[in-house]
Design a protein around this ligand. Sequence first.
Ligand code: G3P
Ligand code: CA
Length: 253
Amino acid sequence: MKPTNAVTTLIDWPYPLWIAHRGAGKLAPENTLAAFRLGAEHGYRMFECDAKLSADGVVFLMHDATLERTTSGQGIGGDLAWQALSQLDAGSWHSRTCAGEALPTLEALARFCLANGHHLNIEIKPTPGTEAATGEAVARLAARLWDGAAVPPLLTSFKPDALAAAQQTAPELPRGLLIDSLWDGWFEKALALDSVAVVANYALWDAATVAQVHGAGMRCLSYTVNDDWAAQHLLALGTDGIITDRVDLFSPS
Ligand code: G3P
Ligand code: CA
């Protein structure tokens, strides 16, 4: 996808502008299949999710390292085997109507996306200390699940070591470096990872930073954009993707 010569041409970009964060933002229990279905009902065709590893190597969806906030469990999610994780209630914390909603595997979400022609941004969200193992497992699984698909998932992470493992395992899958600040070396790291995108806290983008990233052929995406003023500003800057919780506010079409 990426030009090999001195890069002044933007890479092809098969993804829609609007991306529903954790499925449907705060309208449904994040990272559950109910959330992705609700995001799709609001017209979204691309979703962001958070993927991590169970103790026995199953890739499942959950944001936090610990279980307390979004499930009925306790402790570090990655310390449990999938059999135990699969029994947890990942919906009651959100609302009574979502009680009993389960933690999904990445494979279950992939089935939903592939069956419906939806695009996916898989954020590799390792339990601390498992960066390389999680990047490798997510990339291997995604390569298998999306084998032959017209559009692969976009793999992103705040953790360069996770992206490096994904690059090593499945170099054909597109990668994006997530940044929450302009730390020393972020741009060089994005290039070294052969990234197709930089996905930044939206407040970091200005004309110069957009020009720098676009000048290297990469796309500029933002998280998590929940008000109209910010969205309009990012569109005026010429950025390429907006991750939002507000699937009820922004119409993706
Ligand atoms: O992938 C963009 C965004 O989800 C990163 O932040 O904390 O919501 O995973 P967080
Ligand atoms: Ca995320």
